[in-house]
Design a protein around this ligand. Structure first.
Ligand SMILES: Cc1cc2nc3c(=O)[nH]c(=O)nc-3n(C[C@H](O)[C@H](O)[C@H](O)COP(=O)(O)OP(=O)(O)OC[C@H]3O[C@@H](n4cnc5c(N)ncnc54)[C@H](O)[C@@H]3O)c2cc1C
Length: 370
């Protein structure tokens, strides 16, 4: 018998298992498929919400805590596992003109409050990115924004879990929560029962289905995001570049080896994870418009992932109000990578009855969202 069962082997479940195992708990992690093949594999790994001032304070709170942790966390992971999560402080260049900067007051107030550096520039952003094609405009630079490469980060975290003795069971779908007289007892999978006094639901976009009977009010839904990857060269782009096209945030992310990711779409299509020609065309068109040199560059990959959407992007990080020992860490929407370490730490604080690292009240099931 384990002390804790974590359901879901995405980044959130793995980081939660990591925290708990680091505190000496015996942890079993159940994953329906293979670990880190869903949203946590598919994401861009930008360590900041896009237009972060548009998010409510509970998102900023988790993001800021994690941003401070990430450099050391990645360095530790690399030294323990030999896998480099590719934490790079690329900086974020936001190219927007006109109306957007009516948001300026909100943006500057947010920067002051969160202690983030925002530089407002007027002129031609080619000063920072010679390859891009854009008219002179007002634009901003957030020089501190960093990125990680999701598949590498999750591979490193998995190796570290193995090291800490976490029992990872792949191809084990949790089908039912076992509880009696208001206490959790374990989990039923398609193959057998697992027993523990603590169970964490970290099933990403699928979390609500497991909780339907116990927490009908939980609001987590799949939101598809497509991405494409260009086989570009180092130096073609240095910063993460973000802009908005017909109300959709679009970005380019330069990886350490020069490859460039273009993302992303935001689609409400249920649990359908397929890619579409329309998505590919839209992303390619955006990318080439912004960085014309990409017209000559091969598109190496095209994929989609399902974000765990939640109202206002505020995750559920809490214990169940009536079932003792049942906890939730889900609903991180567009920001699960940047909010991940703080979310795992906060949930572990609640489980271990420690002083919570941030105020937990905004993340309960009953907290107002939206
Ligand atoms: C295109 C795209 C771009 C993104 N870009 C960014 C970004 O730049 N920065 C950022 O911070 N975030 C980004 N995100 C969001 C981020 O990837 C997610 O918020 C985060 O990965 C969610 O992690 P998770 O562990 O909750 O979910 P997942 O990674 O989806 O993991 C959930 C896991 O639970 C398993 N599971 C579900 N049900 C069961 C069950 N019953 N039994 C066993 N296992 C189960 C699933 O198989 C899955 O492996 C992006 C997402 C997408 C799709």
């Amino acid at each position: 018998m384990s002390d804790c069962i974590v359901i879901g082997g995405g980044l959130i479940g793995m980081l939660t298992a990591h925290e708990l195992a680091s505190e000496g708990m015996v942890v079993t992690l159940l994953e329906r498929g293979e670990v880190a093949r869903e949203s946590s594999w598919a994401g861009g790994g930008i360590l900041s919400p896009l237009y972060p001032w548009r998010y409510p304070e509970p998102v900023t709170r988790l993001a800021t805590w994690s941003q401070n942790m990430y450099p050391q966390f990645c360095a530790d992971l690399e030294s323990r596992t030999g896998i480099d999560p590719e934490w790079i402080q690329s900086g974020l260049l936001i190219l927007d003109s006109g109306d957007r900067f009516q948001e300026k007051q909100q943006m500057l107030a947010w920067a002051k409050e969160s202690g983030s550096t925002i530089e407002v520039h007027n002129g031609n952003p080619v000063h920072y990115e010679p390859g891009i094609s854009v008219d002179p405009c007002e634009y901003i630079l957030m020089p501190d924004v960093a990125q990680v490469r999701n598949p590498r980060l999750t591979k490193a975290v998995k190796a570290s879990l193995d090291d800490k003795g976490v029992h990872i069971v792949e191809h084990a779908e949790a089908t039912q929560l076992l509880h009696i007289k208001g206490k959790i007892e374990g989990v039923l999978t398609d193959a057998r029962k697992y027993f523990a006094n603590t169970v964490v639901i970290a099933g990403g976009a699928w979390s609500a289905s497991l909780l339907q009977k116990l927490v009908p009010e939980i609001n987590v839904e799949p939101v598809r995001g497509q991405m494409i990857l260009f086989r570009a060269k180092p130096g073609d782009l240095k910063h993460i570049v973000l802009t908005e096209e017909m109300g959709q945030a679009r970005y380019l992310i330069p990886r350490k080896d020069g490859r460039i990711l273009a993302g992303s779409t935001l689609e409400y299509q249920g649990f359908d994870k397929s890619t579409t020609q329309e998505g590919l065309d839209a992303l390619r068109h955006f990318a080439i418009n912004l960085l014309p040199g990409l017209a000559e560059v091969e598109i190496e990959n095209h994929w989609a992932g399902l974000r765990p959407g939640s109202p206002q992007g505020v995750p559920y990080i809490c214990g169940h109000p009536e079932v003792e020992g049942l906890f939730i860490n889900a609903g991180h929407f567009r920001n699960g990578v940047v909010m991940g370490p703080a979310s795992a730490r906060l949930l572990s604080d609640l489980i271990l009855k420690r002083e919570p690292v941030v105020d937990p009240s905004s993340y309960t099931v009953g907290a107002l969202r939206g």
